[in-house]
Design a protein around this ligand. Structure first.
Ligand code: MG
Ligand code: ZN
Length: 498
C-alpha cells in the first residue's frame, strides 16, 4: 500500500473513500466542515436528525451521488473534544479505514484527527492518525489461495490542509508511517505458522531487513553458542532438529553506551518434556513475539536514523520433546557461569533470555530492556488484551518505558521484584532453579532474569498482549505487534543514562 501526504484541497479531491472525523460535543470545523460543504450540508443534517452522534468509534457510511467523485464517505466519531487524545485518534482512524476497506474502497483519504486545543502537540495527533490508519488496514493473507473478500487498499492519503503544511507535520506523518509499518512487519512474523517461521527463517528475515535499512547484523549459530558457553539456550534447543540462532542487530555504533533490546524468540513452544495441554497449543507459534518486536523496532530505529546507539538481540529456537530434549532435573550452565536446575522445561523463555542477558553485558549497556511472552501468570494478573507487566531494577528506566508506552498506546503495568521471589527460586543443587511452581509465577520469572543482569534493566512480559483474542480499532484479531512502538518511542526519547 502506497502512503502519501497530499496538499490537495478537499473541494477538488476525488478518491474512493473520504474519512470525516466529528466530535460529539463541538460543531464541525476545519476539514470536516469543508467536507460537509462539499456534501451540501448532509453531515450537519444527519447530526441534527440524531443519526450521527460523534461518539467514540461510531462509524457512519454515506454514499453521495456519483457526480461528486466521492463514492464513499465515512463519518467517524472521536467522542468529546475535551477528552480527545492521540490514542483515541489512532483507534478512530483504524476503525474508519477498516470500514472503508470493508465497503470495497481501494483508495482512502483522511485529514489528521485534531482537537482544537489538544492535550498533546499537533505532531502527536498527526503521527497517531497515520499509525491508526496503517495499523487498522493490516491483514494477513499470505497463505490464502482463494481471492480475498475485499480488494486490498492500494493508496492512503493524509490530507494536510494549508494550516498544517509544516515540516514538523510531514515528519510526524513519516514517523507514524515507519512505526506502523514496523509494527505490521512484527505482526506478519508472529502470524506466520510455526513451520513458516523457524529460527533460521526469522534470522533470514532479520538479515534481509538489516541490509535494506543499514543495520549491522550478525547471526550466531550452534557452534558459536558452544564456543561462548551459552548452556541455557543450548539446553532448550536440544530437542529440536531446527538449528538455533542468536540474531544480533546494531545501529549507531560509536554513539555512546548502547540501549540493548532483547526479544524472546521461541518459534514454537510445546513446553518440551513438560508438555503443554493440546488445547490451543497452536497459539504457541506466537512465543517469538518478543523477538519480532525487537527486530522490527530496530528496523524503525534505523529508518528514523535515531541519534542513539542501539543493539537488538533475539535468541531463537524451538522447544520440543524428543529423545535428545533437556528434561526436568537437568543442570544447565549459563553464559555468565551461573548454574540452573531445570524444574520445568516449559519455563524455557527465561533460559534463553538468561544467556542473552549475560551476552548483553559485553556492550556495557546504558540500559537493557527485554520483551517476552513469558508467563501465563502475567495474563492472569493483568488480563488478556489489557496490559503487559513490567519489572525493573531501576526506577527512572521504568518511568521512561511507561511514558513511551503511553505515547505508543501500549499499557505497561509495574510489578514488584520482592526479595521473597528470589528465595523461591533457590535450588538445592544449583545456583537457581527455573521454576517455583504456579503460585508465584510472574514474580519468580522476573527474579530469575535479574540473576543474569548487571546493569539498569527492565523486563516486559507481553504474554497477554502478543496475540489478540478481540479486535479493536487498529488491532485486528491475531498478532498485535505489541512492543514495537513502545521500544521505538523509548529510544526516541532517550536522553542519557537511566
Ligand atoms: Mg514455555
Ligand atoms: Zn515460552
Amino acid at each position: 500500500m502506497n502512503f502519501q501526504l497530499s496538499t490537495q484541497p478537499l473541494s477538488s479531491l476525488s478518491c474512493e473513500a473520504l474519512i470525516v472525523p466529528v466530535f460529539e460535543d463541538t460543531p464541525l470545523a476545519g476539514p470536516s466542515l469543508e467536507a460537509d460543504h462539499r456534501l451540501a450540508g448532509e453531515i450537519q443534517r444527519l447530526i441534527r436528525k440524531g443519526l450521527v452522534h460523534g461518539g467514540p468509534n461510531e462509524a457512519v457510511p454515506l454514499f453521495p451521488p456519483d457526480d461528486l467523485g466521492l463514492p464513499r464517505v465515512i463519518v467517524i466519531g472521536l467522542g468529546k473534544e475535551t477528552d480527545c487524545n492521540p490514542d483515541r485518534c489512532r483507534e478512530a482512524a483504524g476503525t474508519a479505514c477498516r470500514r472503508a476497506h470493508d465497503l470495497g474502497a481501494t483508495s482512502i483519504a483522511l485529514p489528521p484527527f485534531l482537537p482544537s486545543h489538544g492535550k498533546e502537540s499537533s505532531e502527536h495527533y498527526v503521527q497517531a492518525t497515520v499509525e491508526g490508519a496503517i495499523l487498522g488496514l493490516y491483514e494477513f493473507n499470505q497463505h490464502r489461495t482463494s481471492i480475498a473478500e475485499h480488494p486490498p487498499v492500494e493508496s492512503l492519503k493524509l490530507l494536510l490542509s494549508a494550516g498544517l503544511q509544516r515540516p514538523s507535520h510531514s515528519s510526524a506523518a513519516r514517523t507514524g508511517e515507519i512505526l506502523a509499518r514496523a509494527t505490521n512487519l512484527a505482526r506478519d512474523w508472529v502470524n506466520e505458522p510455526a513451520n513458516q517461521m523457524t529460527p533460521q527463517i526469522l534470522a533470514g528475515a532479520a538479515l534481509h531487513q538489516a541490509e535494506q535499512f543499514g543495520l549491522q547484523a550478525q547471526v550466531l549459530g550452534r557452534k558459536e553458542m558452544e564456543t561462548e558457553g551459552m548452556g541455557a539456550l543450548l539446553g532448550v534447543t536440544r530437542g529440536s532438529s531446527e538449528p538455533p540462532a542468536l540474531i544480533i542487530l546494531e545501529h549507531g555504533r560509536g554513539a555512546g553506551q548502547p540501549l540493548v533490546f532483547i526479544g524472546k524468540g521461541i518459534t514454537f513452544d510445546s513446553g518440551g518434556i513438560s508438555l503443554k495441554p493440546a488445547l490451543d497449543m497452536q497459539q504457541m507459534k506466537s512465543d517469538m513475539a518478543g523477538a519480532a518486536a525487537v527486530i522490527a523496532a530496530m528496523t524503525a530505529i534505523a529508518q528514523l536514523d535515531l541519534p542513539v546507539h542501539a543493539v537488538g538481540l533475539a535468541p531463537a529456537c524451538e522447544n520440543l520433546p524428543s529423545g535428545s530434549s533437556y528434561k526436568p532435573s537437568d543442570l544447565l550452565k549459563a553464559l555468565n557461569g551461573k548454574t540452573i536446575e531445570v524444574v520445568s522445561t516449559d519455563a524455557e523463555g527465561r533460559l534463553i533470555l538468561a544467556d542473552a542477558l549475560s551476552y548483553a553485558s559485553r556492550y556495557r549497556p546504558a540500559a537493557v530492556v527485554d520483551v517476552a511472552t513469558l508467563t501465563a501468570a502475567c495474563v492472569t494478573a493483568l488480563g488478556q488484551d489489557v496490559a503487559a507487566g513490567i519489572f525493573s531494577n531501576n526506577e527512572p528506566l521504568l518511568a521512561k518505558l511507561r511514558a513511551a508506552g503511553e505515547l505508543a498506546g501500549e499499557k505497561l503495568w509495574p510489578l514488584p521484584l520482592y526479595e521473597e521471589y528470589r528465595e523461591k527460586i533457590k535450588s538445592s543443587v544449583a545456583d537457581v532453579r527455573n521454576s517455583a511452581g504456579r503460585l508465584t509465577g510472574v514474580g519468580t520469572s522476573a527474579a530469575f532474569l535479574r540473576e543474569f543482569t548487571s546493569y539498569p534493566w527492565a523486563h516486559m512480559d507481553i504474554a497477554g498482549m502478543a496475540l489478540r483474542e478481540t479486535a479493536n480499532g487498529f488491532i485486528p484479531k491475531g498478532a498485535s505487534g505489541f512492543g514495537v512502538r513502545t521500544l521505538v518511542e523509548f529510544a526516541r526519547a532517550w536522553g542519557g543514562p537511566a
